[in-house]
Design a protein around this ligand. Structure first.
Ligand code: PMP
Ligand code: GLU
Length: 395
């Protein structure tokens, strides 16, 4: 069969591939510790599950408008407004509910970019960004800051990569795969550069509420800037990570009403609405504030403790390896290139070796644009993290 140009460069998701392989090996009875999965190990909080079940029983099982339940779109806008700097005025028209944050990213890129366009991607990057840019037939262009600056970008870095064809910039803070968090001043500088050059800033803020900085429990996001600091923008967020709802498939984009309406039309001709019962669950997550805050607090406290634990254990047991100390999300980017020898040529070989000989599943850094590193997810129990690092230390 001949395939279309549309998918000629498409690669399957490396994070999902490693995670599926690890689950398969475990199901076959192998002793595997899966630190590859980018998902919380918690169950979805009961108040959310109850709301979805109640919704199903009450007959909320039909189509909703393609852009999502009006009350959920309103709840997203109100939630964002609560965190926003005065001057931001958002309503349901600024919001589209999608099947996971991934669909928001796809829809935004598909609606904004096309052949001949270049889209800058802050590297190391989440593995899906270049693929989605490629599906829009635009060109991904990777930009990276120095490792000493945790790879964070400044306007100078961006300016070096800009050409007359630059149309977009995708950044992620707290970042997947390195847990890097931009400060407000750093974000303002990047947003100012994008505004000046009319580059659409796509800010993936899905880990915003999973932040361990002393100065703030929530990472800075675009809405913490003044509306005047920002040009064309898309904020991507969702309930997958904050509320342990990865399988529910609810994400959202927050943008200008014009783009939101185009994306609504795109969804109306492709997937229609995100699953209605899942939207009911997300509505509870965003409106039952007290339960939501308690659930987030409990999960983020655990992620914070585990971050401290893995950082301590790696320093103690793998002192020859360096890493970026994550300030948010639940990933640690571990530099392992010092161990590339004897048939281990890169991060893929290193991860295969460690999976085969030690039963620890990690994701090769090559999937995120940096072959010197591997990604470790600490969204698992303290006990398994201890065991995994002991195994790595004996590797
Ligand atoms: N952005 C980032 C940075 C992610 O790590 C993920 C994880 N899957 C997503 C977006 C997509 O989230 P969702 O599961 O809601 O599609
Ligand atoms: N985003 C998560 C990860 O990076 C989940 C897997 C995926 O959606 O690619 O592992």
């Amino acid at each position: 069969m001949n395939y279309s140009e549309n998918i000629s460069k498409l690669q399957p998701s490396a994070t999902m591939a490693v995670s599926s392989l690890a689950k398969k090996l475990a199901a076959e009875g192998k002793d595997i510790i899966n630190l590859s999965a980018g998902e919380p190990d918690f169950d979805t909080p009961a108040f959310i599950a109850d709301a979805a079940v109640a919704g199903i029983r009450a007959g909320r099982t039909r189509y909703t408008p393609a852009s999502g339940l009006p009350e959920l779109r309103r709840a997203v806008a109100e939630n964002v407004m609560r965190m926003a700097t005065p001057g931001w005025s958002l309503s349901a028209e600024n919001v589209v509910i999608t099947a996971g944050a991934k669909q928001s990213l796809f829809n935004a890129c598909f609606a904004l970019f096309g052949p001949g366009d270049e889209v800058l991607i802050a590297s190391p990057y989440w593995t899906t960004y270049p693929e989605i840019v490629g599906l829009a037939r635009a060109e991904p262009v990777f930009v990276t800051g120095p490792e000493e600056r945790d790879f964070k970008l400044t306007p100078d870095d961006l300016e070096r990569a800009r050409t007359p064809r630059t149309r977009g910039l995708i950044i992620c803070s707290p970042s997947n795969p390195a847990g890097t968090v931009y400060s407000l001043a750093e974000l303002r500088a990047v947003a100012g550069w994008a505004r000046e050059h009319e580059v659409c800033l796509i800010s993936d803020e899905i880990y915003r509420q999973i932040c361990f900085r002393d100065d703030s429990p929530v990472a800075p996001g675009l809405v913490d800037l003044s509306a005047a600091d920002i040009g064309p923008f898309v904020i991507v967020d969702g309930v997958s990570k904050t509320f342990a709802m990865t399988g529910w498939r609810i994400g959202y984009m927050i943008t200008e009403p014009g783009l939101a309406s185009k994306v609504g039309a795109l969804q109306s001709q492709t997937t229609s609405n995100a699953a209605t019962p899942s939207q009911m669950g997300a509505l509870a997550a965003l409106t039952q504030r007290e339960e939501a805050n308690a659930a987030i607090h409990e999960m983020v406290t655990a992620f914070h403790r585990r971050r401290d634990l893995v950082v301590r254990l790696i320093r103690e047991k793998l002192p020859h390896l360096s890493f970026l100390r994550p300030d948010g999300a639940f990933y640690l980017f571990l530099r392992v290139d010092a161990e590339y020898r004897d048939g281990i040529a890169g991060s893929g070989d290193w991860c295969s070796h460690v999976l085969e000989t030690k039963g620890v599943a990690l994701v090769p850094g090559a999937a995120f644009g940096d072959d010197r590193f591997v990604r470790l997810s600490f969204a698992t129990s303290d006990e398994l993290l201890r065991d995994a690092i002991d195994r790595l230390a004996s590797a």
